[in-house]
Design a protein around this ligand. Structure first.
Ligand code: GLC
Length: 742
């Protein structure tokens, strides 16, 4: 059997190589026929009119330029009708090179899934891959070839609105999720009708913007870049990501778009990336504003030299590369390399065989928002919800509850559940595309349960006129559910906030409702960690519901009534106050660590605030309890070429089935550079029935002990380690020491 397998693998790899060689031959043959203008056209990307996702440059000649073969790609052109229209123009060009359609399919297409930060809270890699798979299927059915996702920027600063797009603060979790998302988007093979190219963004370190202010500068050591910010990009590359997108920020003084160290040395050099790099929206032209290029021509020179292959919406290449080549400032080889990278993807997608293969109205009708996809969205949404508090086991609610008051500005909202970067939905028949939280509750409760509603207040503003009605409504109920938080467009691009409290007078509404003495459950809808200390300290039950997408209402109802036992864990640390930022779990010890929240004096702590977060990384409760016991290591001494087998017993000691994300953390006690107080190195999401026990196993290998030293060399160092396994980064249940020996 083994011999046959080997033979099969050899044949498959030979076939793949042969196919690639055929594509390379076709690319080279086509390149030979192309004029300089047609080559530069392939590097040129324009936005359509579906939705501008950046500062738009008016260009009335777009359609004419497409017909002349001067445009290689469009974004924001959605639907089989429009993609076919523009493609027909491209087919009138001399060489009939098809257009590439890109789109921000960030968390679903027409069936919308939870925002990526919410999905990350599921720690369920299969669910995350499924979400991307459904998104790709729907997008590809609508003429899209390429999604500008996954966004893999590590986010340690909740003032930065784009944390909603990523997988949180941890490099290991972020890497595992990046890999899953690329696999989900690209499926088995590019060119399949339900696959789209992934685009790993934003390269690089965009999430480290100083002050959490979007587009702001980034300054960090090369070691921090490699240790924390690059791993998710490498994981995405290892998953076969077809494209990368560079970032708006300057990093260590050089804009990423013009940064040869990032794009040439690392991505195309050390990592041998064979795909292509697209600039972010206008980011080539923005190097003038950065003060890095004195004009658009200089910016074009810097970008093409640094490895930015395609120019999104800055017109820099279109209008400046011809002169730069004629003046011998840019070698035609650089342009040819960029063109070949792009053409290769168009061949792999099968667009030369059939430019309209993705623009099939029947398939579009069949795939978009279908029941199977909505079912997937509901499951992923429920898994993304994090139970932050459940005093006196108020939750799950009994289905026999007589009267429930559902209060707050998010209750009857539709769009708010979609979050930022949702693909535009028609403003009519919203309830066809989204289940509001009110709809979800109505779908769930039986005819013997009476539902009462009051808005109470708006998301923003100081108007409390609605409080009286809300209080009166609450008094009539057996239990009150309050749904508060951020509106769908309050986190996302260009949505940095200096104050991350719950907006408006919503927490005052919570106080007023709490004062009625009724049992209160609060749902917090947000795209980022928010500060809500009064609610967290005084309300007995809190669910963090992010923005959950099309099935928000049903998923929330599933959790509220225990049809799904919440299993989410926070992918980001929640600060007590904005003043604590940056705060993240895998920090260094410092020479004067604060041993606990009460530490005073000469320690690294604030004198006016506890050092611990409000809610730690990896935290999330369940309707049941889990017991960790009987930790065993196969040995407590390992060499770098050996492994340690780890096992422990996990028991569901409660009365209902549930899922637990068991998290394995390591602490390298001493190193040639200081090491984090602990860092996530593995996890498993385990489902257990009530009373059930399972033996959980992990393997410690040298990779898990490795890090970048001060020479940016990856490897482990002999010494003492502590292994910790727990329910969160601050809730270690079992631990053991071991040693890495020479
Ligand atoms: C935006 C975003 C990027 C997005 C692109 C196209 O400015 O930064 O993430 O993919 O432009 O919409």
């Amino acid at each position: 059997m083994k011999r046959i397998t080997t033979l099969t693998c050899l044949m498959l790899s030979f076939f793949a190589m042969a196919q690639q060689q055929t594509i390379d031959q076709k690319v080279n043959a086509l390149l030979k026929q192309m004029t300089l203008e047609e080559k530069i056209g392939q590097l040129n990307q324009y936005t359509g009119n579906n939705a501008a996702t950046g500062p738009i440059t008016i260009n009335p000649n777009k359609q004419a330029e497409i017909k002349d073969g001067l445009v290689g790609s469009m974004l924001n052109v959605v639907g089989t009708k429009y993609t076919r229209q523009y493609q027909e123009l491209a087919m009138q060009s001399r060489l009939k090179i098809p257009l590439l359609y890109g789109q921000d399919v960030i968390h679903g297409f027409k069936t919308t899934f939870p925002i990526p930060l919410g999905e990350a809270a599921s720690w369920d890699l299969a669910a995350i891959e499924l979400s991307a798979r459904v998104a790709a299927t729907e997008a590809a059915a609508s003429g899209i070839h390429w999604t500008f996702a996954p966004m893999v920027d590590i986010g340690r600063d909740p003032r930065w609105g784009r944390v909603m797009e990523g997988a949180g603060e941890d490099s290991y979790l972020g890497s595992r999720i990046a890999y899953a998302r690329v696999k989900g988007f690209q499926g088995d093979k590019l060119g399949n009708l339900n696959s789209v190219m992934a685009c790993v963004k934003h390269f690089a370190a965009y999430g480290a913007a100083i002050g959490g202010r979007d587009y702001n500068s980034v300054d960090m050591s090369e070691r921090m870049l490699w240790e924390t910010y690059l791993p998710p990009f490498k994981a995405a590359l290892d998953a076969g990501a077809a494209t990368f997108m560079n970032s708006f920020n300057d990093i260590n003084g050089i804009p990423a778009t013009g940064n040869a160290h990032l794009q040439r040395d690392i991505l195309k050099g050390k990592w041998n990336f064979q795909g292509f790099v697209v600039s972010d929206w206008g980011s080539i032209g923005e190097m003038v504003a950065h003060g890095y290029s004195k004009d658009l021509k200089e910016a074009a020179l810097a970008a093409i030299t640094a490895g930015s292959d395609m120019d999104m919406e800055s017109n820099a290449y279109r209008y400046n590369l011809p002169a730069l080549i004629k003046e011998n400032k840019v070698s035609i080889d650089l342009v040819d390399d960029a063109v070949k990278r792009i053409l290769r993807k168009k061949f792999e997608l099968g667009l030369f065989d059939d430019p309209y293969k993705y623009s099939n109205p029947d398939r579009e009708k069949q795939e978009l928002n279908n029941p199977e996809h909505r079912k997937a969205a509901r499951e992923v949404a429920a898994k993304s919800i994090v139970l932050l508090k459940n005093d006196n086991a108020i939750l799950p609610l009994a289905k026999s509850t007589k009267t429930i008051a559902f209060i707050g500005p998010m209750v009857k909202e539709y769009k708010a559940n979609m979050g930022f970067w949702a693909v535009e939905l028609p403003e009519v028949d919203y309830n066809k595309w989204v289940v509001s939280q009110w709809d979800g509750l109505q779908n769930k409760v039986g005819k013997n349960t009476k539902l009462l509603y009051a808005k109470g207040c708006e998301v923003e503003g100081d108007n409390k006129d609605g409080f009286a009605e809300a209080i009166a409504t609450a008094k009539q109920a057996d239990v009150v559910i309050l749904s508060i938080g951020e509106r769908h467009d309050m986190s996302g691009e260009a949505k940095s906030r200096s104050n991350i409290n719950i907006p408006g007078v919503q927490e005052e509404l919570v106080k007023a409702i709490q004062a009625t003495g009724k049992p209160v459950v609060v749902l917090v809808n947000a795209g980022r960690p928010l500060v809500f200390n009064w609610t967290a300290d005084n309300v007995p039950a809190i669910l963090y519901t992010w923005w959950l997408g099309s099935e928000a209402g049903n998923a929330i109802a599933d959790v509220l009534f225990g049809d799904y036992n919440p299993s989410g864990k926070l992918p980001m640390t929640f600060p007590r106050e904005v003043g604590q930022i940056p705060i993240y779990y895998n920090h260094y010890s410092t020479g004067r660590p604060a041993q606990d929240d009460n530490a005073k004096g000469y320690v690294s702590a604030y004198t006016d605030l506890k050092s611990s977060p409000k809610f730690p990384f990896g935290f999330g409760l369940s309707y049941t309890k889990f017991d960790y016991s009987d930790l065993k290591l196969s040995t407590t001494k390992m060499k770098s070429n050996e492994k340690i087998q780890v096992s422990f017993q996990l028991k569901n000691t409660g009365k209902v089935a549930g899922e637990e994300v068991v998290q394995l953390y390591l602490k390298d006690k001493f190193g040639s550079v200081v090491r984090p107080v602990l860092e996530l190195r593995d996890f498993q999401k385990v489902k257990l029935n009530a009373g059930e026990t399972k033996t959980i196993q992990f393997t410690i290998d040298n990779e898990k002990l490795s890090f970048y030293n001060d020479k940016i060399e990856w490897g482990s160092e002999p010494g003492d380690f502590e292994l910790m396994i727990g329910s969160s980064s601050a809730d270690i249940r079992v631990k053991s020491d071991f040693e890495l020996v020479k």
